[in-house]
Design a protein around this ligand. Sequence first.
Ligand code: GCW
Length: 717
Amino acid sequence: MKRIAAALLIFCCIALPAFAANGYELWLPYHKVNNTVLAQQYTNTFKAAFVPGSSATVEAIRKELSLAIPKLTGNAPVWNSASSNSRLLILRFDALKKIDVRAKLQPPPSHKEGYSIFTTSMNGASRLIVTANTDEGLLYGTFHLLRLLQSGKSIQALNIVEAPKLDVRVLNHWDNLDRHVERGYAGQSIWNWHTLPGYIDQRYIDYARANASVGINGTVLTNVNANALVLSEEYISKVKALADVFRPYGIKVYLTARFSAPIELGKLKTADPLDPEVQQWWKNKAAEIYRAIPDFGGFLVKANSEGQPGPQNYNRTHVDGANMLADAVKPYKGIVMWRAFVYSNEVPEDRIKQAYNEFQPFDGQFRSNVLVQVKNGPLDFQPREPFHPLFGAMPKTQLMMEFQLTQEYLGFATHLVYLPLLQKEVLEANTFTGNKPNPVKQVLTTKVSDSAVSGIAGVANIGSDLNWCGHPFAQANWYAFGRLAWNPDADAKVIAQEWIAQTFALKNQASAPIILRMMLRSREAVANYMTPLGLTHIMGNGHHYGPAPWSDNLPRPDWNPVYYHRADSTGIGFNRTASGSNAIAQYSPQVAAQWNDPKTCDENLLLWFHRLPWDFKMKNGNTLWNNLCLKYQWGVNEVRTMREEWKQVEQAVDPMLFKQVAQLLNVQEQEAVWWKNACLLYFQTFSKKPFPQGVEKAGKTLEEYKKMRFPYAPGNG
Ligand code: GCW
């Protein structure tokens, strides 16, 4: 018996630390607070906690606190049955008002998801109050409080009022029903359709908790390259099971609607959006879904893009298609998110101009429950793009943002890249439309009508990997997406600090700024070792892994890297000024004027808009060729610095986590070198110039790089 006990003890000692670092708990590990004063403060607050109510959401709040507080403080919260002697009150404002009018009450914002957290004195004693007009508001307020606790903040004098600036804050899962995740690098889809609805994986609940903790309030479960089957009766019952799990956490489910579903499922002859039978089919389908899921969010649609069916198959327009679906979900307050990611093989036009050309003329014609979902840039989630010209150009249409969290073009889940820096660059970019400062974030948050809803989407980087996202630091991109969706004004650096404070149980606090520096370095690093100076879309075909600027064999010209860089002996870059494709004219005159001149154009977008000779003199007096080489090298060097920085935190982080990240940084460095070498050797065949001083020699020949093949690179469509 003793021996078993001893063996068990040894097992626990070995197993426990490993479990703690496996990353499953994301930013909610609720590490023990090691500051005794704060631990005492938190314990005291939770010694008498009053969280009345019996709704599923209030139940979720109590559950979360029951999980968190013992881990944080070592003491379980004590639920009080009366408000009078409670130190912490989490309750709706209508109920709070009835309790004691002598207390100074901080009303929550009128927004249904808003909340306030404040300290006040009630009946002569100090109270901490979390209040909101709805249970969802209380949930968000509770998670805010837990964020303070996990980050070691005092909760003695608080006065917080919060409300989200965007209404719909959704993840887009590009998950297929067979569990393959398109552009997914963290395992299979977390939705196990086969065992639904009978089996509810704990992961579904933890997914909901994680999302609620950062304010994400919706999830599109299925790939935009859609399968109509998910709209069948059998699958609706599976979707309902997930919706039931998510509801207490304030999360609505949405589905992708395959435009041809009336043919595939309904056996109709057409999916023409103006055909009454087709319209009725969608109305019936919507009614069926809402019978099962009364708070179903609505549909996301990719139509007439990359082979997906759409209204244009019937000579109808995006407006015809989107409005038909919008009418079907309108009685239930559903919405339609209609993607603007379109470009046609048949149109001999610069690909990046096509979405604007197709959508802008329809401004003002979409129903008020339609959001047009626009990618951050006009091409396709590249390491750096200018903001999409549709932002600001459709003032009568509610546009929503689509960011990609999965790192399809940013090193998969192997590279450490903190995406909010890229995202903030776009959100803060000034469209100058309407002849006034009008940053992209303002375009998103401005409602075009009283009944309009605003929104933002992030293509999820989540999979069945134990740590959800593959790279431990990729979790920061999920976390930060939620925080930025809640408040696009938020500072990317502050969000990173929050995430670090909650995620890592650092053994010394001096490590936090080092980890922060790595994250802040990562965005420029990747843009430079992959596509410096505005180069773009020079990755491998199909799987999009690694560099292949030479690639020119895909059937569509605008799928080939050579289409984008246009390098030859005379120079490099894509002329998008008036003497070229004139894509620049899609921006407001102020923006266009700045980018139109290579001398004033942001250097990091130079070759996006301009075609220039190799010896073009840049601001630093150096030639374009030399700058290009040095930028690539700089990107590589930055990764090396990140690697060194990580070594400095070895003693402060969990050994398993340390090793994981150290190995990934090694691979990132190797791949950064690969990008630099392959691209520079290739471009050198045109520039015919030597690498400048400071640029390392390539380890392989261009031919060797060209021969590399990756038939099983993950995530392919
Ligand atoms: O970036 C491209 C991806 C496709 C994706 C498409 C889209 C879902 O390579 O895999 O398809 O964008 O956004 O629709």
